[in-house]
Design a protein around this ligand. Structure first.
Ligand SMILES: [Zn+2]
Length: 192
């Protein structure tokens, strides 16, 4: 089992997740375990044509070459009033990843990583959702409820992102507990 298994940061992610109340487990353990297996499967799949760890400055190019559309959205002031803190989102069926550079910059600053690193983490995270969708990987999670599947996919996306970039950071690094003023932390909801 991975060294980050069941540590306080993962527990905090799970306890703070809006779908937590719909989950039957007392701890994140079974979801973490399922996510770990899922990540292994998807890594095996992509390792056929990708050397891991992958350089953060190349990931954008790599994804674009694979037909993934990356869109930067400048958050307007009305967005700042929003109760959700958007860093990134994706539409797997359209192979579209949306990034929110302003919010990313603020969050990166807050946790002392570069905006480029944060961007690479988010791109990898959203890419995971696209692969998950395209491989029909939810089939792997048939024994879990819809809420549990969402949490497992989010845990897996976070693990995957950190792992393919080879970062010595915790996978929940961008799930800040105290987001920048005016924002509510991204709690890993379905918006991805
Ligand atoms: Zn996500």
């Amino acid at each position: 089992m991975n060294e980050s298994f069941c540590d306080p940061l993962w527990e905090a992610f799970y306890e703070g997740h809006p779908l937590r109340i719909f989950c039957s487990s007392f701890s994140i353990f079974p979801y973490y375990q399922a996510a770990e297996l899922l990540v292994q499967k998807i890594l095996q799949y992509i390792e056929r044509d990708l050397i891991i760890p992958y350089s953060p400055d190349l990931i954008e190019n790599y994804l674009t070459q694979r037909g993934i559309i990356i869109e930067d959205k400048i958050v307007d002031s009305s967005m700042l009033e929003c109760s959700r803190f958007f860093l990134s989102a994706c539409e797997p069926e359209n192979r579209l990843i949306t990034l929110y550079p302003k919010a990313i910059m603020k969050q990166a600053e807050r946790i002392s990583i570069s905006a480029q690193e944060a961007r690479a983490i988010l791109l990898s995270h959203e890419w995971f959702h696209i692969i998950f969708f395209e491989l029909g990987a939810s089939f792997e999670l048939v024994f879990f409820s819809e809420s549990e599947r969402i949490i497992i996919e989010e845990v897996a996306a976070r693990m995957f992102a950190i792992r393919i970039l080879g970062y010595a950071l915790h996978p929940t690094v961008l799930d800040g507990e105290s987001p920048p003023a005016g924002f509510t932390a991204d709690s890993g909801q379905r918006e991805r």
